[in-house]
Design a protein around this ligand. Structure first.
Ligand SMILES: Nc1ncnc2c1ncn2[C@@H]1O[C@H](COP(=O)(O)OP(=O)(O)OP(=O)(O)O)[C@@H](O)[C@H]1O
Length: 362
């Protein structure tokens, strides 16, 4: 096996009784854009801070090109870092902020000027050297922070929710910039977010964190097409989950029975399960339609319309099964049912049989 570029090797971190990172194991390739995605408190930042050297792990190791970096102090790890909130020095100009890591490294004045100019050009802030941070927008300040983190060409850049303080439009603009910078510099990026759309836009691969552990690692399409667990299936994509119980299990195929007695047979079962266990049927939104007529047996359920919301290119229809499970189905603009629905209407949710997956309740 070849040595991974960056190896997070069984990292565990506890704070008293709280297990923040629980044997996190991950190999990252040189130049890869890896995102840690998960809900608040799932251990993403803790793992990143251990990489940065701000925290020591309780157990495990971090290896860069096969060498442990745990005993190297944070400022000597040569790892760039951009945080949630702008962390510029307010009393220093943009140029001095970006120059700071080079001054610490005792670089010569002309080389500093050259590198600062190049780093500011990279984040499209050419000519902003003399501006003070307080006179810049949030997005500009975050780009200065990015220039400062990249100015000494670190092999690894860590980013902890760097866009969470910005509004949606600005966030999307800077996401495009971050992708471009990643491609231009080839720096290996580890990026923390709880926003699945951001993760999907930016990453080569995504590690899904839950309760301190990585539940699954894969590309966006891999995670969407083959979620390993209920949690991953729920976290990536807007899926409907309809509750029932396992009516029969054969290997990794199962039959699932809903509370109204209807059955869905021969569907993939993710994770171990046995007959009688509570389980959910997962339906991805693009394989689901609403119709006035029932569909094929085992691929159709009656529902009641709860709410109708026009969203421009589509209409979101919130519906409920007879046993109270909620789901939302989107009708494309111009769909024959859009504009003709009212609360309380009885309709049928229909899906293509290959779109149904069973997940045992976690
Ligand atoms: N210094 C600390 N002392 C005690 N507990 C901590 C400390 N730092 C983190 N924790 C706990 O460890 C767990 C993981 O926290 P962490 O910040 O890594 O999660 P996260 O996924 O990055 O969440 P967020 O997106 O909210 O930052 C949480 O339960 C948190 O409360």
């Amino acid at each position: 096996m070849t040595t991974p570029f960056l190896h997070i090797n069984g990292i565990r971190k506890t704070y008293g009784p709280v297990v923040a990172s629980d044997h996190v194991e991950l190999a990252i390739s040189e130049g890869e854009f890896m995102t840690f995605l998960g809900p608040s408190g799932s251990g993403k930042s803790t793992t990143l801070y251990i990489l940065a050297g701000f925290q020591d792990p309780t157990a495990g190791d971090i290896k860069l090109r096969g060498q442990s970096i745990l005993s190297t102090p944070s400022h000597k790890r040569n790892i760039g870092m951009v945080f949630q909130r702008y962390t510029l020095f307010p009393h220093l100009s943009v140029g001095e902020n970006v120059a700071f890591p080079l001054r610490v490294r005792r670089m010569g004045q002309s080389e500093i000027a050259e590198k600062v100019k190049r780093a500011l050009a990279l984040v499209r802030l050419d000519g902003f050297e003399d501006r003070m941070p307080a006179k810049m927008s949030g997005g500009q300040q975050q780009r200065v922070a990015l220039a400062r983190a990249l100015v000494y060409d670190p092999p690894v850049l860590l980013m902890d929710e760097p866009l969470s303080a910005l509004d949606k439009k600005l966030r999307e603009e800077i996401q495009v910039e971050i992708r471009r910078i990643h491609q231009e510099t080839g720096v290996t990026i580890l990026y923390v977010t709880h926003d699945q759309e951001e993760a999907l836009r930016l990453s080569d691969r995504i590690a899904i964190f839950n309760k301190g552990k990585i539940e699954q690692v894969g590309t966006g399409p891999e995670l969407y097409a083959n979620p390993a667990t209920h949690f991953v299936a729920d976290f990536i994509g807007d899926s409907a989950f309809l509750s029932g119980e396992l009516a029969g299990v054969q290997g990794n195929r199962a039959a699932l029975r809903f509370a109204n007695g209807q059955k869905v047979v021969d569907i993939p079962l993710h994770g171990a399960g046995r007959q009688g266990q509570a389980a959910d049927l997962m339906l991805r939104p693009e394989r689901v339609e609403l119709s006035a007529e029932a569909g094929a047996e085992g691929a159709s359920l009656p529902v009641t319309v709860q709410d109708i919301t026009f969203l421009g290119n589509c209409t979101a229809v919130a519906a409920r099964t007879d046993w109270g499970d909620a789901m939302t189905v989107r009708l494309n603009f111009g769909h024959p049912l859009a504009g003709r629905l009212a609360r309380g209407d009885r309709l049928h949710v229909r899906w293509s049989p290959e779109a149904a997956h069973a997940f045992v309740r976690g």
